[in-house]
Design a protein around this ligand. Sequence first.
Ligand SMILES: C[S@@+](CC[C@H](N)C(=O)[O-])C[C@H]1O[C@@H](n2cnc3c(N)ncnc32)[C@H](O)[C@@H]1O
Length: 517
Amino acid sequence: MPAMVVIPTNGYRRRRVLVNQVHSIISNRVQNNEEQYLVRWSTATATTTPPISWHPISELVRCLEHVQDYLEIRERDMKISPLTDGTSRKRKSPETATDMERRPSPFDRRLQAESRTPSVSRSSSVSSAVPSTCTSVDIYNGVLDADGDGFIYCRPELGADVSRVDIRTIPTPEMKRAAYIAKVDRALILIRDAYVRRLARVPGKPIHLINLVDSSTPSLRFRYISDYVLDEQQGVYRASSETQEGCLQCSPHMGRSIGCEYTKKCDCLEYAAVDVSRISDPKMMQEYDDAIANGGSTMGFPKKFPYFAEGTKRERTGCLVPFYLESRRPIYECNDKCHCGPYCRNKNVQFGRTVEVEIFRTSGGRGWGLHCKEDLHEGQFIDTYRGEIITDAEATRRENASSKDKGSYLYSLDKFAESEDLAKEDMYVVDGEFMGGPTKFINHSCEPNCRQYTVSYNKHDPRVYDIALFACRFIPAGEELVFDYLDKDEDEPMDEPGEGAIPCLCGAEKCRKWLWT
Ligand SMILES: C[S@@+](CC[C@H](N)C(=O)[O-])C[C@H]1O[C@@H](n2cnc3c(N)ncnc32)[C@H](O)[C@@H]1O
């Protein structure tokens, strides 16, 4: 019989288990018509007898990410192991299952550090007289306690009536059977609601969530961010702001309207690709050819403004011009040091997403996808790809640690490696798995409707720049947004698929068959 340990409520009826104290959830059941989950509490050292206790889902609203991790494993296990065989060899043991499958996110590291902070007030954990407000739970290998705010936590000390259980023996086949048939609806609703609440807090145009395929929700182990987060501990830095130059010959009130598009020479555009169609003078053309042949500077040759100016068709204003849209040329936007002012039209991507998007569950085995709630014009900016910026070595480590069937959210910032003669291992990588924006959900297609572009603000920083997604044709509202992860031309051949090759499920007529070879 499990021991009955009383948790004092300290007058608080809404008791909560804190996320940073939980190691994982290891089983579920329904008791007294209530969904309950078996919490394995964190311990400072590895042990085969960590404290564990059952909690109603209402107490786990502060640690739903653990419940979500568990439900994913349960779902996978239920598909692999039929109910009749509780000891199938294919099934993972609870220890390995939770430890291996639980995705270590950067937040965990922080949360674990925080979890070592002692709680403010502690009350007695085991009481012989049971006050009417107290609830009892099954607790093994430790004692539960509650602080003055009603948060429940656990101490790995054994009370007189606390029984000892080896974690490797649970969940038992009986527990698994009960877990498989137990309802988890309440937990699924709470997880979804928590995610939707998070979306509502993201600044800018709304991000919606819809799932007409199953009951899953995107991972709660994700933080929406509006700018990159640099892994400074691993030595990831932007170039010093002193290296950043602005356009000094421009001003906010130039020409018909405003901004750099009306200048003859904007210093920011000087770094952009030359618009050869504007070289009419044969002498200048010869100078340009010589510069290209000898790897010389192209400063002073005519450049193309990246965005359609005001005065063109209304729906084209601000959209990327064909010169860029049909190429992979980097876009150089104006920056804070420029003299063109805040309304310069060469400031576009840096202001972020201006379109309403919806995350949706795909039905073709590609997980989540993204579409727009409004029509997009050819060349319209959608959003940037955000995430943690990590070193190439760290990206390789994360790649190796991740299982083959897990999605990849890594994006190399190697656009300028060749032109700046930088080694691949010195370039950075964006990881959008644990923090980023809704663009993390954009899937790959071999016949894409969006395209990724390099957008630079500090031309002297070849390692940190924006990856901006633009519509490469008109995209009606509701059509899935997809880009080519490899950014290959149609006729560029794919490498031969290796052992870890991932099949492409884009379904396009000209599908290259492999996502990554
Ligand atoms: C950046 S994520 C895209 C969002 C992802 N679908 C999700 O649910 O989070 C990239 C991952 O999505 C999946 N994916 C995207 N496009 C795919 C495709 N065309 N075929 C198969 N899997 C795809 C792969 O698992 C890939 O590693």
